[in-house]
Design a protein around this ligand. Structure first.
Ligand code: SF4
Length: 374
């Protein structure tokens, strides 16, 4: 039937919610021949212009010319202004539209499809074709990009196909993670690990590292580079953790060093506390919370931010705090570790800083930046 086809093409071609399609009036389509876009009225009366695809325009034309007049005739003297009409000439209801879709889904052998399936396909195929996630957010009428986060799922699936699923479990050693992150600054993983192992080998406890002469700590971590700065920072952090005057640090008994209480306070409080330690920023705090306890954080380092900006997930030049907030908003709960690790791998192995390997990139089809490196 012409109406059913027009409805299905419209839902897929615009990403409209079913209530937005059934709420559409013929007057809203007046300009369609010269400007293939439609004004949709979404939740809370918010309006947005959405381009209408070629197939949807064709299907609408056929229905308006050859299908709708017959349905409208059943409406008697007071014709409905609605685009989509039921058999009695009245506005098609939400339930009626659901029924049309359900029947089409059964006929196609995909009985689980819903109106949201078409909306989801619309967004996924746009992203697949290189559309910016912010544009997709606007087309879908989402107030916040966080609502569009389900579509970062597409990139996650592709990265997973290339880099696999990271299997690391939270290790439960927050101080070790903190010190490891300090040692990783301006060096490679191998030198960081050598410095860390020498430090652990020479000092049996973190208290011993805190109370040792600075020169001994510096000597222990020398293979990790800039050891003068890092040794002073490590001791400053350890002293701050054991500082009884710290509001939250009071949870530690006496001067014993422990951050095991972090998962037992609200996440924002744990994050703020870590960021209050000397030289500790948002990325380090995120590493401690995610890798030690599996808490909801996504560390954004140089690789993750570069890939995120090229995919237009993150705003170029945004400060670290914003980058972390945005990345978190775009990440589905439970996918933090995988997204972080695979974006990092992608940045290191494919989306290099100077010469990204776009030709063999699994995300090329959905990357708005690929043309810059062609
Ligand atoms: S297409 Fe190129 S720029 Fe885009 S994510 Fe892939 S490697 Fe990076």
């Amino acid at each position: 039937m012409l109406r059913d086809r027009a409805l299905l093409e419209f839902l897929y071609g615009t990403g409209a919610r079913i209530s937005e399609a059934t709420g559409l009036d013929v007057d809203d389509l007046d300009h369609l021949a010269r400007d293939p876009a439609v004004l949709l009225t979404g939740k809370g009366g918010r309006q947005r212009y959405v381009p209408v695809g070629r197939y949807a325009v064709k299907a609408l034309d056929a229905y308006l010319v050859r299908g709708r007049p017959a349905l409208a005739a059943g409406g008697g003297r007071r014709p409905s202004p609605a685009v989509f009409l039921n058999a009695r000439g009245g506005r098609l209801t939400r339930q009626g539209a659901w029924g049309i879709l359900r029947e089409a889904a059964i006929r196609s052998g995909n009985s689980g499809a819903s109106p949201h399936t078409l909306r989801h396909s619309f967004a996924t195929h746009l992203l697949d074709g290189g559309a910016d996630i912010r544009v997709v957010q606007e087309l879908l009428g989402h107030a916040s990009v966080a609502t569009t986060q389900v579509y970062t799922h597409v990139s996650k699936e592709r990265l997973r196909a290339v880099y696999g699923v990271p299997l690391m479990k939270p290790h439960g050693h927050p101080i070790a993670e903190l010190i490891l992150t300090v040692l990783s600054q301006s060096t490679n993983d191998r030198n960081r690990d050598v410095a860390y192992l020498r430090l652990r080998d020479r000092f049996p406890t973190w208290e011993a590292v805190r109370d040792a002469p600075l020169a001994q700590v510096e000597e222990a971590i020398r293979p990790g580079g800039i050891s003068k700065v890092k040794s002073a920072r490590i001791q400053a952090i350890l002293r701050a953790i054991s500082d009884d005057r710290s509001e939250i640090g009071r949870r530690d008994s006496g001067r014993e060093l422990s951050l095991d209480w972090l998962p037992h306070v609200p996440l924002a409080q744990a994050r703020d506390y870590l960021c209050s330690l000397p030289g500790v920023g948002r990325k380090t705090a995120a590493c401690v919370l995610l890798f030690s306890f599996g808490l909801r954080e996504v560390p954004v380092d140089t690789h993750v931010s570069r890939v995120g900006m090229r995919l237009h997930l993150l705003r170029p030049g945004a400060p670290f705090r914003e980058l972390h907030d945005e990345m978190l908003a775009l990440t589905l709960a439970g996918e933090e570790l995988e997204l972080h690790v695979n974006l990092l791998r992608h940045g290191r192995r494919t989306c290099h800083s100077r010469a990204p390997a776009c030709r063999r990139c699994a995300l090329a089809r959905m990357c708005p930046s690929r043309a810059l490196f062609a």
